[in-house]
Design a protein around this ligand. Sequence first.
Ligand code: PMP
Length: 436
Amino acid sequence: MEPLITTIPPGPRARAVLERDRRVVSQSMAREYPLVIERAAGTNLWDVDGNRYLDFTAGISVMNVGWNHPAVVEAVREQAGLLSHGAFLDFCSEVPVRFAEELVKMLPNGLDQVYYSNSGAESVEAALKLARRHTKRKYFISFYGGFHGRTYGALSLTATKVIQRKHFGPFLPVIHAPYPDPYRPFGLESVSCAVDVVRYLREEVFRTEVSPEEVAAIVVEPIQGEGGYVVPPPGFLRGLRELCDEYGILLVADEVQAGCYRTGRFLASEHGGVVPDIVCLAKALGGGMPLGATVASEEVMNWPPGSHASTFGGNNVACAAGLAVLEIMQAPGFGEHVREAGAVLLDGLRRLQERHEVVGDVRGVGMMAGIELVEDRVSRVPARETRNRALVRAFERGLTLLPAGESVIRFSPPLVMDEAEIRTGLAVLDEAMEGL
Ligand code: PMP
């Protein structure tokens, strides 16, 4: 394998493409550094100038089985030649049925019907509509730091960054509660752990903001993604489950980022020991093809024909790619590898913390890990600029990483990354963080 980058990017071809991009494409995306990808394979990306990068992003937690996995590529090729768009909204075809059969096999009992869409946001929209229809209630509860997408319903739940919401309201009626972040208890001193958040919902929110009988669903990420790879303390999901059961509220797990074995289990909520009423999946599900799924019990999924659908939902190529993804994930040892390699990753990040004062916190489950950079370890003031500099320096050394939250670097490599590659990546980052 050739070395990581040979010339500091962006090279001449990348520069030219970026210039054209600025002229004709909306610039509302959040790009951290000037990478122009040409091709990818496994755990590697190549830019248009021929530089190789070791990838710790998996294309925002999408390429869990590796970029361009041969089985996924083959499935896409074959299905595109047979039937790409099956108009599943109006006509039935077998591939989406087969995918749903395989998907529900990987989920706990009770999650056995699939609604198809094309993205994470759409899978969340479907969950909101389902919850309102099923409960005949209007309100939702979600969490500060939560990210659920940028369409109106999903954006109403989202409370990650001001820029995502500013000037876009009014929103759906959503009450935001603090997420139990062990490193940062969101300024509410009493709300410092899982039990306190659940008690806060019960004793404050339900008494002063909304009656629990008006709440259709609590929507939660089992581990917060965009908000900063925040791992809640044990007991949080169980506390929410009990609260939901007590008041007839549906528990919606947004597993768009944390699901699909990212944490070493197919669903991240498995770690919390709960079965949600509705699960939202997308990202890694289609192995790079747009595929979203909202899964619930037959009882909850009982909306009448025509009440919700989309032209591309259940697309045959996306479902064929998804079938290849599930087959790879069903192979013996897949989850075990994620758990073992994830332990190596976390261990390496802890050693990085010992060497760099700027690393305030290290956390993660499986291959969903984050480090939070701080001005100093006592004040814990987020070191946003330092974090951004670290990302650019890593990029210039051939390592692709993404930010999360205010000052977090996230590590979400393709799940097939081996321990040697993890160590290489950490060594490159270690060097990039020297004298930040
Ligand atoms: N939910 C979560 C937890 C996510 O991380 C994201 C995307 N980062 C979404 C929903 C939205 O997904 P999409 O961008 O596919 O609409």
